[in-house]
Design a protein around this ligand. Structure first.
Ligand SMILES: [Zn+2]
Length: 423
């Protein structure tokens, strides 16, 4: 570990606290891994030995959080390949994806289903690799022929789990899978309560798992103090998830007023993955069945997101990055923020979703998501005025300083992975 450093960031537009109130004339003092003080420059002064960062003309904000990625480490647009590629190869690629995502300013992510998330988390936390802090779901829970199953492979090849899921049926088995995934290192539980676009023989309109099974998952997860993220592309899965009291609806392509009202009442987040359908439909090599299922969802997806915003549902931010270069780690995650802005959120509302709101969703609000004394020093200094729009984040050269837990992350562009398309 590098020696603890004292850093003073002064002179910028500071997006302060959980609300990200823009203030000028205030400074941030960092000592070691945490923020020591935030306040008027004259009060804070210049502690002896501090490295002073002049942020005049720039924006100072908390490190970005993406609440929906998968550390699959795949380079294929076909979900079948995610299940059959060598696991060590996938993990090695996930390490390079992790550095790339950190390079774009994402200091924390939630991995909602992959074999590699627990390992990436440990390797980042112990300082062996550079990447976002990771809240891993490890393998999620899918029913037989659910979204986490791989329908076009023989069942006996899978031995009860895929690259992202335990394949389980029945309330008792669901409970056991929750316990197993926690035993294996999960910090959050992922469940697929509808079919999805990227799976062949299911339908995103159907509810997956019975009410009893979903309630078993949520009850067991909450009893063991883990939150539950529910993949619900269609409304039936969303309704059952809301009824059971999950903590977030992922995708939510087709929410109605009753669903949004239920989410608001229960404090359930929406993580809309607005960037996803475009990549499914427009990326060469994505299976035809997925394109066919995704195309009709474009219009309802945007309507659904806007309805949730209007009705005051808590909005998190997550893009569903799963395979570089289909959903290129970094640019694709920033694209999600741009699309939220295009859908009508103010730049500050978008940045709140990607910092303080996501910190709350991940259960890390005590330590992350805000520039406040006592918080971990995950801090970005970005060239330009982010209160006018998130566009400067699309070019990582605009990130002038990137701190993760008070550590200055080296900005070595040459080290970014440059995967070639397989011939
Ligand atoms: Zn996903």
């Amino acid at each position: 570990m590098a020696a603890a450093e004292t850093i003073l960031i002064r002179g910028g537009t500071l997006l302060k606290g959980v609300a990200l109130n823009p203030v000028r004339g205030e400074a941030v003092l960092i000592e070691g891994e945490r923020i020591k003080a935030v306040g008027p420059e004259r009060k804070i002064g210049r502690p002896k030995g501090a490295r002073v960062i002049d942020a005049v003309g720039h924006t100072v904000l908390p490190g970005l959080i993406d609440a929906h990625v998968h550390w699959f480490g795949s380079r294929s647009p076909d979900p079948m390949m995610w299940a059959i590629e060598p696991k060590m190869l996938n993990c090695a690629r996930a390490v390079s994806d992790a550095y790339k995502l950190l390079y774009y300013g994402f200091t924390t992510v939630r991995d909602v289903g992959s074999r590699n998330g627990v390992a990436i988390k440990r390797a980042v936390d112990e300082g062996s690799i550079l990447g976002p802090r990771t809240v891993p779901a490890h393998l999620g829970l899918s029913m037989t022929c659910g979204h986490g199953d791989v329908h076009n492979l023989p069942s006996d090849w899978l031995c009860g789990c895929s690259s992202m899921a335990f394949i389980v049926d029945g309330a008792d088995n669901v409970r056991k899978a929750v316990r197993q995934t926690i035993r294996d290192g999960a910090d959050v539980i992922k469940i697929w309560t509808s079919g999805g676009t990227m799976s062949e023989r299911d339908s995103l309109e159907d509810q997956h798992f019975s009410d009893e099974e979903i309630q078993a998952a949520v009850g067991e997860a909450h009893a063991l103090r883990r939150k539950v993220a529910s993949h619900a592309e269609g409304i039936r899965g969303a309704r059952a998830s809301i009824k059971a009291g999950v903590d977030s609806i992922e995708h939510g392509f087709d929410l109605d007023e009753a669903a949004c009202a239920g989410m608001k009442r229960k404090g359930i987040f929406l993580v809309a993955t607005l960037a996803l359908l475009d990549r499914v439909v427009n990326t060469p090599g994505v299976p035809e069945y997925a394109k066919r299922k995704a195309t009709p969802m474009f219009a309802t997806h945007l309507r659904s997101f806007k309805l949730a915003v209007e009705m005051g549902v808590k909005i998190g931010s997550g893009c569903d990055a799963f395979s570089d270069p289909v959903t290129a780690f970094g640019p694709y995650n920033i694209r999600e923020l741009e699309l939220m802005q295009q859908a009508g959120l103010s730049p500050l509302a978008v940045l709140r979703a990607a910092t303080s709101a996501n910190a709350e969703l991940l259960g890390l609000e005590r330590d992350l998501g805000a520039i406040e004394a006592g918080k971990l020093a995950d801090v970005l200094v970005v060239k330009g005025d982010l209160t006018a729009g998130v566009a400067p984040l699309t070019d990582p050269d605009n990130i002038l300083l990137l701190l993760q837990g008070g550590r200055t992350i080296p900005r070595l562009k040459e080290l970014l992975p440059q995967p070639r398309q397989a011939g």
